[in-house]
Design a protein around this ligand. Structure first.
Ligand code: GLU
Length: 407
């Protein structure tokens, strides 16, 4: 049976609200998004035919500042998913303590099946349709699954044409030569490694020699892998939707795997590695499992076969509530998505701030500010978990919701 991400999000809100005896008005506000936008996007294809795509933007909540969150291009994008993702952005932005609310959007499309010019026409049409509801102080989109700096540039350009003025802060995750920030590309993966490092330190555990398997080899998974190796971990597997690359002796050179994947469009055939099926990555005998792909990858069907003792949720919503309860019972530490992957939006905030103030920060500066934010969020979450004797996920929600209540 399909698992509805919006139901998952609602369940998480209910749990934390009960523990906090949350005020009825705030509870009602968080239970539904402020605004839902659905647009149709007619696009002339290269062969002259016309296709109409569905685009979404959900503005969940702006108590703490402008709506903020990514745009996803994926065939499975639908309203329920985007609503859940927008709720998670509200929670994430409060936890990482940036002055943003939560929003999310996307287009139901497989961008790999479009030419570059079709992708550009689709994106520009999406930007024109979103124009009335986005802006530097109202709602600020960013990249997410299958979107990137190039797509942000088209949105910025289209927005500025209509607005008739420069507005670099209308989107974040832009490329460096187009108003982006140093360190934004690495931010989510690096932030996750900082969160993991901080929590291991709080637990008095070392990361040296810990084995790691990573599901997903996009921007997030690949940078997380690199930084985990820098922390002394032994990354033994990375996977994509087609297969798992496994190297018992530990992967040394992530960039070489990226090159191989770019050239062959596959993880298969990398010298010295075994190639397993895509589901194998979840069940390997490792210390740390890192879901860095899509929702619902840890479910009732595979949770009992997971052997890792720590899970770092670099994807949004990778664990279903049923599976989460089992992980908790077993004492497996789950670093929840709203903490683990919040480094991306943290550096989006730095980018937005630089744009608004006409500043340019160096990479070292961005990275040390990111580390400070991730460490503070990890410490607040850990302290709340100890105080309330609950999981890190519930603890993180309690920190976020309390901050929303304080506004
Ligand atoms: N898409 C990323 C996320 O899920 C980043 C959002 C942003 O930078 O606004 O957190």
């Amino acid at each position: 049976m399909a698992i509805d991400p919006w139901e998952t999000a609602q369940g998480q809100l209910e749990l934390a609200s009960k523990r906090l005896s949350l005020d009825a008005f705030l509870h009602a506000r968080l239970s539904q998004p402020d605004r839902i936008v659905e647009v149709s996007l007619p696009v002339t294809m290269d062969d002259g035919s016309v296709r109409v795509f569905s685009g979404f933007r959900v503005q969940h909540n702006n108590i703490r500042g402008p709506y903020k969150g990514g745009l996803r291009y994926h065939p499975d994008v639908d309203m329920s998913e985007v609503k859940a993702l927008s709720f998670w952005m509200t929670m994430k932005n409060a936890l990482i303590d940036v002055p943003f609310g939560g929003g999310k959007g996307g287009v139901a499309v497989d961008p790999k099946k479009l030419s570059a010019s079709e992708l550009e026409r689709l994106t520009r049409e999406f930007a024109r349709k979103l124009y009335p509801v986005i802006g530097p102080t109202t709602d600020v989109p960013a990249p997410d699954v299958n979107t990137n700096g190039q797509i942000m540039m088209w949105i910025r350009d289209e927005y500025e044409k209509i607005a008739g003025k420069q507005s670099p802060a209308v989107v974040t995750g832009k490329s460096l030569d187009n108003g982006g920030s140093e360190g934004r590309t690495e931010a989510t993966g690096l932030g996750g490694s900082f969160a993991l490092e901080a929590l291991m330190q709080l637990k008095g555990e070392s990361l040296k020699g810990k084995t790691v398997a990573i599901q997903g080899f996009g921007n997030v998974g690949s940078y997380f892998a690199e930084y985990a190796i820098e922390l002394g971990c032994k990354v033994v597997a990375v996977s994509d939707s087609k297969g798992t690359l496994y190297m018992n002796q530990g992967i040394k050179d992530i960039k070489a795997i990226e090159k191989h994947k770019k050239a062959t469009r596959s993880l298969e055939g990398f010298p010295g590695a075994e190639y397993l099926d895509p589901s194998a990555v979840m069940l390997l005998d490792v210390d740390i499992l890192v879901p860095a792909a899509l929702e619902n990858s840890i479910t009732i069907d595979n949770v009992n076969d997971i052997r890792a003792t720590t899970i770092v949720e670099m994807a949004n919503g990778p664990t279903t509530p049923e599976a989460d309860a089992i992980l908790n019972e077993k004492g497996i530490m789950v670093i929840p998505d709203i903490l683990a992957n919040s480094g991306g939006v943290a550096v989006s905030y730095f980018e937005w701030f630089q744009n608004m103030n006409d500043e340019n920060w160096g990479k070292d500066d961005v990275f040390s500010k990111l580390k400070a934010k991730m460490t503070a969020a990890a410490e607040a979450t850990f302290a709340s978990a100890v105080k309330n004797s609950c999981s890190l996920r519930e603890a993180a929600y309690m920190v976020s919701i309390s901050r929303l209540a304080d506004k």
